[in-house]
Design a protein around this ligand. Structure first.
Ligand code: SAM
Length: 235
């Protein structure tokens, strides 16, 4: 039977779930404490509705701020930020389990405990798992660019997803974005400047953004990042 989860267009393609021996060992060792289990709607990476997470219970206490990163890859950015900001809770969405396993190793090496991962599609998980008006910042750095026009509908940054981000952000909260593709940067500017809930700014490089392997590879290929920040307007 087809349903809306099977039929949906996702911003990712399912990559191999196979982990190396050391990634599997890291998953075995750290996932219980650092990966938040969620109820699935209909299989891999989906998230059932109405299961708002109790972040204070998950982290063992409240935080000054909560930041969500979408598409954590192998975790360079979120681990770096968690180490620099021990009073902030960080939650990362990533669909690719071997990437999360690598991030778990880095989190352990950095000795950070203010960090959790969710292996799920952020397009479903964001509003199903987080209360409205509860998140200080959302980060989306180097989302898959989906360059061919027939693939543009797969881009994560679009009006419907912007509305989801606006729902979870607090008033004045920030959605920080970066991309190494000029066409995607233009698309982001188009979406966010037209969205009624956001005030868009171009900015220089966000000071809290570290150089990930992904960005370094883009630079080696001659592409440089565009950083944007959109602030959630007061409700
Ligand atoms: C191009 S990579 C960039 C990774 C990382 N941000 C960096 O700078 O190294 C994009 C990542 O986003 C993940 N991703 C794409 N769509 C996603 C979604 N809807 N929910 C969660 N993760 C997603 C992909 O699996 C991939 O690891």
């Amino acid at each position: 039977m087809t349903n809306r989860y099977h039929a949906r267009t996702t911003s990712f393609v399912r990559r191999g779930e196979r982990m190396t021996r050391s990634q599997a060992a890291a998953w075995e060792r750290f996932a219980d404490d650092r990966v938040i289990e969620v109820e699935r709607a209909d299989g891999f990476t989906t998230v059932a509705p109405d299961q708002t997470l109790d972040l204070a219970a998950i982290f063992g206490g409240p935080a000054q701020r909560t930041i969500i990163e979408i598409g954590t890859g192998t975790g360079d950015q979120i681990v770096h930020a968690a180490a620099l900001n021990p009073d902030t809770h960080f939650v990362g969405f990533e669909v690719w389990r071997p990437g999360i396993a690598q991030a778990l190793v880095k989190a352990n090496q950095a000795g950070v405990s203010n960090l959790r991962f969710i292996q799920a599609d952020a397009e479903q998980g964001l509003t199903h798992l987080f209360a409205a008006n509860s998140i200080d910042e959302v980060w989306t750095f180097f989302p898959d660019p989906w360059q061919k026009s027939r693939h543009h509908k797969r881009r994560l940054v679009k009006e419907t997803f912007a509305t989801d981000v606006a729902q979870v952000l607090v008033d004045g909260g920030a959605w920080r974005l970066a991309t190494d593709w000029r066409a995607y940067a233009s698309h982001m500017i188009h979406v966010l400047s037209a969205h009624p809930d956001f005030e868009l700014y171009n900015q220089g490089r966000f000071a809290g953004r570290t150089l990930t392997k992904f960005e370094a590879r883009a630079e080696a290929e001659g592409r440089f990042p565009y950083d944007l920040v959109a602030y959630r307007k007061a409700r």
